[in-house]
Design a protein around this ligand. Structure first.
Ligand code: ZN
Length: 179
């Protein structure tokens, strides 16, 4: 797996053939657990952005559609990065119940239930920025609260990337407001 695979085709977080799969009885490091969560989070974020892009069907939403596809691409790059890092160690294949999310679901996917083809562009953007802010808060909270220095550094990097996504969305929302 390279970190710049533009197709991002392999985004399945629980791929049964994953080379890092280890029995669940093996004790996991904090970094391994973090990467497993990050992979899940980014895979879901990418899928959701693709749903948003698909919902933007009118000509007037062409720019937004392209933007959401770009965000999906970023999420897949982030996902590939997390996988590549995991490749250096025994990244766990975790069962669904082993994930611990702040609100019971991965932070970038909350509130996405209403996505459909009639979705208004403004609603889509609000959904996206809420998702990015939760993703950022999730990574930042881990960076700030852990005593594991390696984990803190990795979580901080991931948080910084989410902060960039928030900024991109804020710029787009501002540009649309003045258009
Ligand atoms: Zn993001």
């Amino acid at each position: 797996m390279t970190s710049n695979d533009p197709t991002g085709a392999d985004d399945t977080p629980d791929d049964a053939t994953a080379p890092w799969g280890i029995p669940s009885s093996v004790e996991r490091s904090a970094v391994e657990r973090f990467l497993a969560h990050a992979i899940q989070l980014e895979a879901e974020a990418a899928r959701r952005y693709e749903e948003l892009a698909a919902a933007m069907q009118t000509d007037g939403n062409a720019e937004l559609k392209a933007f959401f596809l770009r965000m999906a691409h970023f999420s897949r790059l982030h996902l590939a990065d997390a996988k590549a890092r995991g490749g250096f160690r025994e990244l766990p294949k975790m069962a669904p119940e082993e994930y611990e999310w702040p609100e019971g679901t991965s932070p970038e996917t909350a509130e996405w239930a209403g996505v459909d083809a009639q979705m208004d562009a403004g609603d889509a953007l609000r959904l996206a920025i809420g998702s990015e802010r939760r993703g950022h808060a999730y990574y930042a909270a881990i960076a700030a609260s852990t005593t594991d220095q390696e984990l803190s550094a990795i979580a901080r990097e991931f948080a910084d990337e989410e902060a960039q996504h928030v900024v991109e969305l804020e710029k787009l929302i501002a540009a649309r407001a003045t258009a």
